[in-house]
Design a protein. Structure first.
Length: 160
């Protein structure tokens, strides 16, 4: 049984536009863990892009009425506009390898005819352990349990 995607129609349009324009990105953080079946809750979806500011990102965002807001002295880079409210841009992932290295072990979640790249659960766990923030420490046991459950369930393990 497929896990239902936690995205609205406009959010799916934005993700599909990024995929259609061949933007290299992945979903990371607790939203990525949720997409793989971990019983965690988060308020946003973190996107990690290989290269911010590429023309392909701008074209995809314009197609759906959204835009890229570059970082300023007081604000990180952001997405704004239609369907972008849920998404945050992640600019670094402490405890992990380079983007290209992490992309090779991503899980692919189907969204229509496209495949959404999602950071693998064991890499999310590594990131949370490296970050060592109080909120991350609280999620580590839950992520460990979810990873153990996924690894012992043959159907879920096949998706990896």
């Amino acid at each position: 049984m497929a896990v239902p995607l936690p995205f609205s129609k406009s959010e799916l349009r934005l993700l599909r536009a990024l995929l259609r324009h061949k933007v290299r990105f992945m979903v990371v953080g607790l939203s990525a863990a949720t997409l793989q079946g971990a019983p965690v809750v988060t308020q946003d979806v973190d996107l990690w892009f290989e290269k911010l500011g590429e023309d392909s990102i701008s074209r995809a965002l314009m197609e759906v009425g959204a835009g890229y807001v570059p970082p300023s002295a007081h604000n990180p880079p952001m997405l704004a506009g239609a369907g972008a409210e849920l998404f945050d841009i992640v600019i670094r992932m402490d405890g992990l390898g380079a983007f290209a290295e992490e992309l090779t072990s991503c899980v692919e979640i189907p969204i229509g005819r496209y495949k959404l790249k999602v950071l693998a659960l064991h890499r999310i766990l590594a990131r949370k352990m490296a970050a060592n923030r109080p909120k991350d420490i609280l999620t580590i046991p839950v992520l460990r349990d979810a990873l153990a459950a996924i690894e012992t369930c043959p159907q879920r393990a096949k998706r990896r």
